[in-house]
Design a protein around this ligand. Structure first.
Ligand code: MN
Length: 229
C-alpha cells in the first residue's frame, strides 16, 4: 500500500539547453516593479531602496510553446516578459559580490497576470495572489547555464504580440540587478537550488485575447513563445 492517500503531484521541472537532465523547480519568487518605466505605467513610483516580492507556486509552471487557457475570474489577462534567474547553490545572507556564484542559469519567462485582480488587491492593500498565482501563470523557456552566457547585466529584452513589438528594453535598466536581488532575497530566505526568480518586467505590458501569439527574447537566451487558446 502506498504511504500516500493519492498520487503526489510530480515536481515541475524545466529543460536545460544542451543537457538531458531537468532542473526541478522548488520555489518561484517574482520581483515587483523593477523597471522605472514599468512602475510609471502602473501609476506608481518605483522604490529604489529595496526590491519587493511576490511568489507563484511551482505548479504554475508551463513550458514555452504552450497554449494558455484564458484564466477564470479576469477580463484583463496580461503578459509580462522577464529575465528569470535559476539558483544552483545555497545562498543565505550573501553579498551582491558573492551572489553570482549561486546562479545556475537564466531563462526567458512570462509572468502572466490577471491585471484586474492584481490592481484591485493592490488598491485595497491586499495580497496579489489572485492576480499572480494561478494555473499556467509562469511560462518558462529552457534554462541556459550561466557558464554559457556569463553574468546577465545587460542585453536586449523584447516581447512581440502577433509579430508586433510591445516590450523592448535592456537588462541594464533593471533598478535592482540580478546580484542585488539575490543578495536582498537571501536576507529573508535560505535560497536553494531549484529556486527561480522572475526579475520584473519592462514597460509595455498589455492584455491578450484568444488567438494571440506571444514571442519573447533576451540576448543570449533561448526564446519563449506561447499562444492564447
Ligand atoms: Mn512581473
Amino acid at each position: 500500500m502506498s504511504r500516500y492517500l493519492f498520487d503526489p503531484t510530480p515536481v515541475p521541472a524545466v529543460p536545460v539547453r544542451g543537457i538531458a537532465q531537468l532542473y526541478p523547480i522548488r520555489r518561484i519568487f517574482c520581483v515587483g516593479r523593477n523597471y522605472e518605466a514599468h512602475a510609471r505605467e502602473m501609476g506608481v513610483i518605483a522604490d529604489r531602496e529595496a526590491p519587493f516580492y511576490f511568489t507563484k507556486t511551482p505548479l504554475d509552471y508551463v513550458p514555452t510553446g504552450a497554449t494558455l487557457s484564458y484564466p477564470p475570474g479576469t477580463s484583463n489577462y496580461h503578459y509580462e516578459m522577464e529575465l528569470v534567474v535559476a539558483i544552483g547553490a545555497p545562498a543565505f545572507r550573501v553579498s551582491a559580490a558573492d551572489a553570482p556564484a549561486s546562479i545556475y542559469g537564466y531563462a526567458c519567462g512570462l509572468d502572466m497576470t490577471r491585471r484586474d485582480l492584481q490592481l484591485a488587491a493592490r488598491d485595497k492593500g491586499r495580497p496579489w495572489d489572485l492576480g499572480k498565482d494561478f494555473d499556467q501563470a509562469a511560462v518558462l523557456a529552457p534554462l541556459v547555464r550561466a557558464g554559457e552566457v556569463g553574468e546577465m547585466t545587460h542585453g536586449k529584452i523584447e516581447l512581440k504580440v502577433n509579430g508586433v513589438v510591445k516590450q523592448s528594453s535592456d537588462l541594464n535598466l533593471l533598478i535592482h540587478p540580478v546580484a542585488a536581488i539575490i543578495a536582498d532575497l537571501s536576507k529573508y530566505y535560505h535560497l536553494q537550488p531549484g529556486d527561480l526568480i522572475y526579475t520584473g518586467t519592462p514597460e509595455g505590458v498589455g492584455p491578450v485575447k484568444s488567438g494571440d501569439r506571444l514571442e519573447g527574447s533576451i540576448d543570449g537566451l533561448a526564446g519563449i513563445a506561447a499562444a492564447i487558446a
